[in-house]
Design a protein around this ligand. Structure first.
Ligand SMILES: NC(=O)c1ccc[n+]([C@@H]2O[C@H](COP(=O)([O-])OP(=O)(O)OC[C@H]3O[C@@H](n4cnc5c(N)ncnc54)[C@H](O)[C@@H]3O)[C@@H](O)[C@H]2O)c1
Length: 274
């Protein structure tokens, strides 16, 4: 018996990285997965974003652990496209009880696309999170069986750990803090429906968002930033593995966490506790 048997999870940003890891781990625990990803490049982002092949690989990997999944290409900035993907998921699995708003970008070191980086960051990681909740909530409330909304924020949503003051970095910090406000509002308003809402705040995690040539070049150009105290982790110096975040997501989605709502939960090996 899995900890997420009979649950259906709507996950954004599932083509790779943490979203893929969450999809696989949740499927191992019995959940059916509705996976969404943009599978395209946003020009202000300095590293390569996901492809349709990445999303197809997530599908294969979930099926490989015996899971059920439907995957659709959609941009969380586009509410109609996201809702269409959600509806295809409902047609397949009947309902959604768990939302995992994970899609994100880090347009923080692209000097060439500065002003646009602000809007892309906010549109994806604040408005996109709101869209993700909004398309799923009417069905969750009407079903009347509660549920769990999980929002991937960041350590950068709890304090200042920015690389610079370019607009993309400002957007990253603002959006990751902003979803905490959304979480608190929705957690209080949705408690009456038995729907829990929490944010998860990973520290540096080994995914293509930070393991890429552009990020490496930035660290080489500004070694004092990477070596500075703000980027030292007391317990775990290399980045976390996505599975460490996935285990937390499984817990928060499961009935083991049935009275946990309105919480900002760090998964950062003590990074922010300094
Ligand atoms: N990697 C880290 O160090 C780290 C640390 C803290 C928080 N986070 C957050 O974790 C989440 C997952 O990131 P990751 O580390 O797996 O990076 P990633 O780049 O590997 O994965 C992010 C996924 O989101 C998708 N995506 C981006 N914009 C989208 C959009 N507009 N619509 C739909 N999909 C979109 C991407 O295509 C990609 O597949 C993000 O919200 C990120 O901000 C990452």
């Amino acid at each position: 018996m899995g900890r997420l048997d009979n649950k259906v999870v709507f996950i954004t940003g599932a083509a790779r990285g943490q979203g893929r890891s969450h999809a696989i781990r949740m499927a191992e625990e019995g959940a059916a997965i509705i996976a969404v990803d943009i599978c395209d490049q946003i020009p202000s982002v300095f590293y390569p974003m996901s492809t349709k092949e990445d999303l197809d690989e997530t599908v294969e990997l979930v099926r490989g652990v015996g899971g059920r999944i439907i995957a659709e290409v959609a941009d969380v900035r586009d509410r109609d496209a996201l809702e269409a993907a959600y509806k295809l998921g409902i047609a397949e699995f009947g309902h959604v009880d768990t939302v995992l708003a994970n899609a994100g970008i880090m347009p923080v070191i692209n000097e060439g696309a500065q002003r646009q980086a602000w809007f892309d960051g906010i549109d994806t990681m604040l408005t996109g999170v709101w869209h993700t909740m909004e398309v799923a909530l009417p069905g969750m409330i009407a079903r009347g069986q509660g549920g769990s909304i999980l929002i991937t924020s960041s350590a950068a949503g709890l304090g200042s750990i920015g690389l610079n003051t370019l607009p993309g970095q400002a957007a990253y910090s603002a959006a990751k803090h902003g979803v905490v406000g959304l979480m608190r509002l929705y957690a209080s308003q949705l408690a009456v429906h038995g729907i829990r809402v929490n944010t998860v705040h990973p520290g540096g995690t080994a995914t293509p968002m930070v393991i890429n040539d552009g990020y490496r070049a930035f660290v080489e150009e500004f070694p004092e930033i990477a070596a500075g105290p703000k980027f030292q982790n007391p317990m775990h110096q290399p980045p976390l593995d996505p599975i460490n975040v996935s285990q937390t997501m499984v817990f928060l989605a499961s009935d083991d966490a049935k009275y946990i709502t309105g919480v900002t939960l760090s998964v950062d090996a003590g990074y922010m506790n300094r």
